[in-house]
Design a protein around this ligand. Sequence first.
Ligand code: UD1
Length: 367
Amino acid sequence: MTKTIHLIAAARPNFMKIAPLYHALKDQDWCQVKIIHTGQHYDANMSDNIFADLSLPQPHFHLGVGSGTHAEQTGNVMIAYEKICLEEERPDLLVVVGDVNSTAACAMVGTKLHIPTAHLEAGLRSGDRRMPEEINRLVTDAICDYLWTPSPDADENLRREGHPESRIQRLGNIMMDSFEMLRERIVAEDSPTKFGLTPQKYAAVTLHRPSNVDEADTLSTLVDQLLKVAEKLPILFAVHPRTRGSLNNFSLWDTLNNHPNIQLVDPVSYAPFMSLVMNARLIITDSGGIQEESTYLGIPCLTLRENTERPITVTEGTNRLVNPSALLEHVDLVLDGKWNEGQKPDYWDGQTAIRIRELIKNDILAS
Ligand code: UD1
């Protein structure tokens, strides 16, 4: 009998994680795979354009949950997804990815209904419980039946928390599958030229963490540092909606935008954005995914955070954690060539989706 698999996608970083798995499963005769979009991200440039880039179809179910407080968003996703499972279609396997509110919400729905539930990107820990994502990771891993990890540190975290070995499987980093799936398109994009930039001669910037953008003091420090960096290197800053709101509220937008070496642009879709990352001299970010992508591509990455749930990007890759007030200092180190060359971690090889497919077929859903 054909098995039904639900893939949950909610916010921008989730789409690159479900796409390779969707494509690996869609033509298999033993299963039907469905995409459930919770609607946590809804702007075209945060959602639809990325779906199109990744050749994903319209979601099979769209929960249309939108923005709200953490409790509202989590609760609304739970109510809406539970209805799907009870009234429309109960899957044989549920796959949740990453660490957003919808990840924990759907994991709770699935496991309470005794639906076998897998967490793709399990085991990552920043150790910082002030991050909403850390709470989502802890909750999700505590209840899921299958914990699919990207790196040995994740395996270790899960063991330390007492998860049985039988639940933990290291299958690699699926973000690299998305990159390899689209590599030709990404190269053809030639985004630097479109933005009037020269390859290897600009910095690409993204910021959206509440700890960096929600408070005027921290954001002002960052703006001040970016203005100094712009004296050395042109900056392309793809501004997340949360950050746009804060820059406007704290009257910092014009300060940045008036600098001749700084371009503020809307969030850029997946393929053009990866073209910007690939060709950048360096990356300045607080994103989780971009720390990994820059490590994979060997591009210096300055992460504006006190900690990272992706420590392998620091120990093996090109990433460094940087205090906002020391940004310029670290940019100078990159420009002086004082940076790790880094290497690709094991299993970051573009084959993660295939490993997952085989595991589901031959083990989890083998009848
Ligand atoms: C969410 C995730 C975070 C992830 C990030 C990627 C949680 C707790 N956080 O944070 O882990 O790294 O997505 O972007 O799940 N907004 C729009 N248009 C959109 C989406 C959001 O205008 O398409 C606005 C919202 O109204 C809100 C703000 O952006 O004011 C933040 O959105 P939200 O989804 O709550 O959190 P993110 O900061 O995006």
